[in-house]
Design a protein around this ligand. Structure first.
Ligand SMILES: *Cc1c(COP(=O)(O)O)cnc(C)c1O
Length: 371
């Protein structure tokens, strides 16, 4: 059975008419840049999150990077980030001129370990960027308490956590601001690049909006050097068409994760755990195997696509070699980078497909016993 890692076409077919109409309407209106389509999506997503402001932008890396600039974080500053994330989380600290300071992840939940944060704080520390990795909420109550104690800003990287919650509160509403990506494969995805900043801080929202539009405050009034990070109208229209379905899709991901948990309990892989009192939205379903390379190869041979998020934890990447970190500095991330394997996960995934995945893993278990 051929099982793709993600199936964006299946989702498109399920909402084809709504999406096609949104695209056709936007083209008819020639609302390509700016205008009502952007505002409509910003308001709808702000209402979904329960925040005052959403500022749409070109992608989820820009939204993080613009927050660095808007908060005045740069040369000489340090920003605490988890050792395991997509490179954007580290990259934007460096491109802002600041220094990323890595902190290891929690063994059970893959997110920034609050118990290790204080040891990483120095007089130069300006902010913490927790990442709700794989759709699992980071321990925001603990992280916010530390940030408050030390007067640090908190930017939540919500690129993988649309709709995730902890203690009944949406991720993205704990910190000073949140960054979202709507890359096509994310839980809410556009049909190209897209992202946004979400915040309750009006001054910060205005600043990000200005940076995203060449530092303009009104036409030709350039208050500062900004950039072009506009979201285009077509992407906004597509996102508005898709947003009403996000709740149902999230529920389907959660149910699929439960089904996987049951099916895989008989196998040798370790299933992901969900933080108590939280809603994990399973952007990714990440298992751990002592035998990852062989398992992945065998699944590939059977037509089952998998992926690794991420094969190298950030401190060990060539671009951060100058820090001279060793595996002993981040034992959990160092161990997990060799064990983690992301299985196919999306709302449209069927029980038959999940059964085929678990059967293939069981078969591999047997092979490794007898080999
Ligand atoms: C996808 C992602 C980003 C970046 O989003 P883009 O829209 O691709 O720029 C940032 N952080 C994390 C954790 C991500 O998964």
């Amino acid at each position: 059975m051929k099982i793709p890692f993600v199936d964006l076409h299946a989702q498109y077919l399920s909402i084809k008419e709504e999406v096609d109409n949104a695209i056709a309407d936007t083209i008819r209106e020639t609302a390509f840049i700016g205008g009502g389509r952007i505002k409509q999506f910003e308001e709808a997503f702000a209402a979904y999150l329960g925040v005052k402001h959403v500022v749409a932008c070109a992608n989820g890396t820009d939204s993080l990077e613009m927050l660095m600039q808007a908060m005045g974080i740069g040369k000489g500053d340090e920003v605490i980030i988890p050792a395991l994330s997509w490179i954007s989380t580290g990259e934007i600290v460096g491109t802002a001129g600041a220094t990323p300071v890595f902190v290891d992840i929690e063994e059970e939940f893959f997110t920034l370990d609050p118990d290790l944060i204080e040891a990483a704080i120095t007089p130069r520390t300006k902010a913490i960027i927790p990442v709700h990795l794989y759709g699992q909420a980071a321990n925001m109550p603990a992280i916010m308490a530390i940030a408050k104690k030390h007067g640090l800003k908190v930017i939540e990287d919500c690129a993988q956590s649309h709709g995730a919650m902890i203690d009944g509160q949406m991720t993205g509403t704990f910190g000073d601001a949140a960054s979202y990506s709507f890359y096509p494969g994310k839980n809410l995805g556009a049909y190209g690049d897209a992202g946004c900043v979400a915040t309750n801080d009006t001054v910060l929202a205005d600043m990000v909006r200005m940076i995203a539009n060449h530092g303009q405050k009104g036409k030709h009034n350039h208050q500062m050097e900004g950039r072009n990070s506009r979201l285009d109208g077509l992407q906004a229209a597509i996102l508005s068409a898709k947003l009403p379905h996000l709740g149902k899709w999230t529920q389907a991901r959660i149910e699929n994760a439960k089904a996987y948990d049951g099916l895989l309990s008989r196998t040798g892989v370790a299933c992901p755990q969900v933080r108590p009192n939280s809603r994990h939205v399973f952007h990714l379903y990440v298992v751990r195997s002592n035998d990852r390379a062989a398992l992945q190869k065998m699944l590939t041979e059977q037509g089952i696509e998998t992926s690794v998020h991420y094969p190298t934890a950030m401190p060990f990447m060539p671009c951060y070699a100058h820090f001279g970190h060793t595996e002993a500095d981040f034992p959990v991330a160092a161990e997990y980078q060799h064990k983690i394997l992301s299985l196919p996960m999306y709302p449209e995934l069927t029980r038959e497909q999940m059964k085929a995945v678990s059967a293939a893993i069981e078969k591999r278990d047997l092979q490794s016993i007898f080999s």
